[in-house]
Design a protein around this ligand. Structure first.
Ligand SMILES: Nc1ncnc2c1ncn2[C@@H]1O[C@H](COP(=O)(O)OP(=O)(O)OP(=O)(O)O)[C@@H](O)[C@H]1O
Length: 325
């Protein structure tokens, strides 16, 4: 079966990369959604686009889809302009769930979308790949949210695309449904598919991506291999109070120090277990110690600010993901 990885299109291709953003800025009125973003998408990889709400991920995807234009800079898809339908022949992306015609059967929707492509994947093969076999005769209006999502993602692959863009493909899915979809995407990748997948969740990107682009405030904060990115976001925030905070902040493993408004201090450390062991062995007094993971935004914003000016204020930190020691 060759769901992906083959060239279907008549799209012009002048470069080895499948898509490029070159110093792209996109504004919506006074909001800068993308700020001088440069990115190249090479064939055969799963690229995870990770970032918090409002980071600019959807805007970036919509530029590649030709749905929006850059305010400045250049966007290229298969060597052409994404706004040109010929360039988009080799592109697969998921429709909005609400775009699934509720009275059509699953098989009819797959046939309808597939009919737009020169070398489409047979319906039965696509259904098998994405676990849709038992749903083929059901009207899409009767499918559960997770089943619709699986169908939407499957539709992105129906045309044997050279590049697939998936914007938050598993949001709202339960754990099982999420893993089923991840497995299907991994199989696609093994067959050579190139996929760009956006997510809020590091876990999802960790499960799928080889290359990770972290976005924040419209900028690319990191663009690296998965292990390199995981190393950078693995920071922990240790919050405590101590009359000897200066000495504690000098212990090995402290990346940064931030004063909270309530008199506590937050120390950003790479490995909280090691740090706390050192703290205890040093015999320095402390109280009110708590540890939480840095959010991705905190970890990356702080890393891009050499003096820690973008450091998180621990007193305003959410209680989620918090361990009190
Ligand atoms: N049509 C629009 N009009 C005005 N502002 C917009 C529009 N679309 C996006 N924005 C703004 O651009 C910024 C980037 O939005 P975008 O949807 O690209 O981010 P995102 O990373 O996909 O966020 P999310 O994870 O919440 O989907 C946000 O500040 C958003 O409010």
């Amino acid at each position: 079966m060759t769901l992906a990885g083959t060239t279907t299109s008549t799209a012009p291709s002048t470069s080895a990369s499948l898509a490029t953003l070159d110093h792209v800025t996109r504004r919506y009125g006074s909001v800068t959604a993308l700020d001088d973003v440069s990115l190249t998408i090479e064939p055969g990889t799963i690229l995870g686009l990770l970032g918090p709400n409002g980071a600019g991920k959807t805007t970036l995807i919509s530029l590649l889809q030709g749905l929006r234009r850059a305010t400045s800079g250049r966007v290229e898809l298969f060597g052409g302009n994404p706004a040109d339908p010929r360039s988009r022949q080799g592109l697969g992306s998921t429709p909005q769930e609400t775009a699934l015609p509720p009275t059509l059967r699953t098989s009819e929707v797959i046939d309808f979308v597939g009919a737009h492509f020169e070398r489409r994947v047979p319906t039965a093969e696509l259904a098998e790949e994405f676990g849709l076999e038992t749903l083929l005769k059901r009207q899409t209006g009767s499918l559960s949210g997770g089943q619709k999502r699986r169908l939407s993602v499957a539709l992105a692959f129906v045309g044997n695309p050279r590049l697939v863009l998936l914007d938050e493909p598993t949001t709202g899915l339960d754990v099982d449904a999420r893993r089923t979809l991840w497995n299907a995407l991994r199989r696609q990748h093994e067959r050579g598919a190139t996929v760009v997948v956006t997510s809020h969740y590091l876990e999802e990107i960790e499960a799928l991506a080889e290359r990770v682009v972290v976005m924040g405030n419209g900028r690319v904060l990191a663009d690296d291999s998965l292990p390199a990115v995981l190393g950078r976001v693995g920071q922990r925030l240790v919050r405590l109070e101590s009359p000897q905070i200066d000495r504690i902040a000098e212990l090995d493993g402290v990346v940064r120090r931030e004063a909270g408004e309530d008199g506590s201090e937050t120390l950003v450390v790479q490995d909280s277990d090691d740090f706390i062991t050192r703290l205890v062995h040093a015999g320095l007094p402390f109280r009110g110690l708590s540890v939480r993971g840095a959010t991705l935004e905190e970890a990356f914003l702080s890393l891009t600010e050499p003096h820690g000016s973008a450091a998180p204020d621990a007193s305003a930190a959410p209680d989620t993901n918090k361990e009190t020691v």
